[in-house]
Design a protein around this ligand. Structure first.
Ligand SMILES: Nc1ncnc2c1ncn2[C@@H]1O[C@H](COP(=O)(O)OP(=O)(O)OP(=O)(O)O)[C@@H](O)[C@H]1O
Ligand SMILES: [Mg+2]
Length: 281
């Protein structure tokens, strides 16, 4: 992350200009994910309003905003749940159209939903590989390769999530933070280069939140691009590389944590603008 401290540059550009013009090598690289003039309407409700947004390779991009600002809707457009009413998505510079989450998955985009959708009475390994079990044998004789399932689950837990956990433990016995890690593990089973998470820490204790955040930091260091919706502004300020603020469906600003603070973000989230008048719109 490179942000200029020059006071002359503190005057705010529009979110779009800032996203395009920020200094640093990452800014000039092809965006990992791009939404261009994306609008999503539900009947007469404009949930996402003409949003243009670049997510850079390997960054943690946090999306914040008040209730109903359109965060989940924008996530759902990026992850293939909703087709945009207008606008275009790009993955690694290529235009893409997603009719459903499987289309996004095929392009390396995995989503962790808030409800996690884990099967409580099944163990960690089975939950991680549910939907993508390693198989052995050929044709009609193909069966789930349980050895590979357990081995690869252990590897994901240990190497990517940094946890030593007994992967034969039923998920019902896990803490909230551990369950969240299993859900992230299931995303990792598809070997994605982008993981989208909607409010992954909203129901978690302080310790569990830290565990999940540290895990996301680790995955980003590994090169996985993380897009996260969060209400936890303090945590976002600590962990995100950039923060996008949605207000009534519009993206009103994109900032690095070093360029803003809790108070300013709260003001932007609740009013869509800053009283100081530094924002263009
Ligand atoms: N499937 C849907 N059908 C109709 N309206 C919807 C649908 N999904 C979202 N909306 C509307 O779109 C707007 C944005 O909702 P969204 O869920 O994206 O907000 P959010 O920022 O995720 O809010 P929260 O912080 O409460 O999760 C809201 O007015 C919501 O009522
Ligand atoms: Mg939401």
């Amino acid at each position: 992350m490179s942000v200029e401290d020059d006071p002359a540059t503190t005057e705010r550009e529009t979110a779009e200009e800032e996203a395009a013009g920020d200094a640093g090598a990452a800014a000039s690289a092809t965006p990992k994910l791009r939404a261009e003039n994306v609008t999503k309407q539900f009947g007469r409700i404009v949930a996402v309003d003409d949003v243009t947004l670049d997510v850079r390779p390997g960054e943690i991009f946090a999306l914040v905003g008040d209730n109903g600002a359109g965060k989940s809707t924008l996530m759902n457009v990026l992850s293939g749940v909703h087709a945009p009413t207008e606008g275009q998505l790009y993955k690694d510079g290529e235009p893409v159209q997603f009719s459903n989450p499987s289309d996004a998955r095929a392009k390396g985009i995995e989503t962790v939903y808030q409800d996690l959708a884990l099967m409580d009475d099944l163990d960690i390994a089975t939950n991680i590989f549910m939907g993508s079990f390693p198989k052995r044998g050929v044709g009609p004789l193909r069966v789930i390769d349980w050895n590979a399932t357990y081995e690869r689950s252990r590897a994901i837990m240990r190497e990517q999530l940094g946890r030593e956990m007994d992967i034969q433990t039923e998920v019902e016995f896990l803490s909230g933070g551990q369950r969240q890690l299993v859900a992230i593990g299931r995303a990792l089973a598809f070997d994605p280069d982008v993981i989208i998470l909607d409010e992954p820490t909203s129901a978690l204790s302080v310790d569990a939140t830290r565990l999940v955040q540290n895990t996301l930091d680790r995955l980003a260091e590994e090169g996985i691009t993380i897009v996260i919706v969060s209400h936890n502004i303090e945590s976002v300020l600590e962990h995100a590389d950039r923060i996008g603020v949605l207000y009534q469906g519009s993206l009103v600003d994109i900032m690095a944590p070093s360029e803003t603070d809790l108070e300013e973000l709260n003001e932007l989230m609740t009013t869509g603008t800053l009283e100081t008048g530094l924002l263009d719109d």
